[in-house]
Design a protein. Structure first.
Lengths: 115, 207
């Protein structure tokens, strides 16, 4: 089964990923990102019930702005995986913060610590 | 502890005893599940953190290079067309594995063709380097996606399971135990009452 990988972000940022075969969708603000994510999530493969996209990368600046409730709804299923990646401005620590949050959710406290 | 609101009858007692047994077994099973989930979670979360750090560092340099490349390309249009008609094709195979009834994804990524499929006279050498960097980081990104999604799904399930275990351990089972005790006492009391009544009756008849 072949899945697609999508990347969401400002056009000039995601162009580079286009060259390595990822599907680039441009999105500039919060509303566009949320809308696009719902749209991509809904897209199915031809003649099948499986989602077309297995991974959707979202540039960090935009991923930060996605409302908690939407993110929860979007990431409840096995696929697609919505993963924030740092933009050209460098990392904001949002990704690691997200991991800490995951640990906290599972264990009850962030046992890995910040380092 | 809150006792359940039931009538102290033998029927109820029987029902509650069955429920208590089921609750205890459920609790044990869920506890085992929680342990299993936690074990798996711990295995991957450390790796997730490490991979994320690595990817973020690599991506940063890739982006920096790319920004330089796009600045040194004559027009943005040229850059876009150079990148759009790429012969590189990425395919992604995904399988899911069932761990403790959580379906976690495994991705397998394959990149075919070359990313450097554009005319060299319109683009700068920096573009080549930056694309190579992107190409290098992509498998890592996929791995990161895989492992972070796994961690996220496992965390959700662990939280749910923990809540269930706690609800059974601290609410349902004590409540059931107390109610069973209450009904047993009540029934014994009724029995004693009946015996006393019969004894009183008997002594009255003898007198």
């Amino acid at each position: 089964m072949d899945f697609k990988i999508a990347i969401l972000g400002p056009k000039d940022t995601i162009l580079g990923f286009k060259a390595v075969g990822l599907e680039a969708h441009s999105a500039l603000n919060k509303e566009q990102v949320v809308e696009k994510l719902y749209e991509l999530k809904k897209t199915k493969q031809e003649n099948s019930d499986k989602p077309k996209y297995a991974i959707i990368f979202v540039v960090e600046d935009l991923a930060m702005q996605i409302p908690e409730a939407d993110l929860k709804k979007l990431s409840s299923t096995t696929m697609p995986a919505i993963i924030p990646i740092p933009g050209p401005k460098g990392t904001t620590g949002f990704g690691l913060q997200r991991i800490s949050k995951i640990v906290e959710q599972a264990v009850g406290s962030d046992i890995l610590g910040d380092k | 502890m809150a006792k359940l609101d039931v009538k102290p009858t033998r029927m109820e007692l029987l029902k509650l005893k069955i429920q208590l047994k089921a609750a205890k077994r459920g609790h044990k099973l869920l506890k085992d599940k929680q342990d299993g989930l936690m074990q798996k979670f711990m295995e991957i979360i450390k790796e997730a953190k490490q991979i994320r750090r690595e990817v973020e560092k690599k991506l940063e340099s890739a982006f920096k290079n790319f920004a330089g490349a796009s600045a040194s390309t004559a027009t943005p249009k040229m850059l876009e067309s150079a990148l759009t008609f790429t012969s590189a094709k990425s395919t992604l195979a995904a399988t899911t594995k069932n761990v403790m009834s959580v379906h976690i994804p495994y991705f397998e990524h394959e990149l075919k063709g070359s990313v450097h499929s554009y005319g060299f006279n319109q683009t700068s050498g920096q573009l080549d380097t930056s694309l190579s960097l992107f190409q290098e980081v992509t498998p890592k990104l996929i791995k990161l996606a895989e492992i972070e999604k796994q961690a996220q799904l496992l965390a959700e399930e662990t939280e749910k399971t923990r809540r269930r275990v706690n609800a059974l351990e601290h609410m349902r089972i004590p409540a059931l135990e107390e109610t069973v005790k209450f009904i047993t006492m009540k029934l014994e009391e009724a029995e004693r009452g009946a015996i006393v009544a019969v004894m009183a009756l008997k002594s009255k008849m003898e007198a």
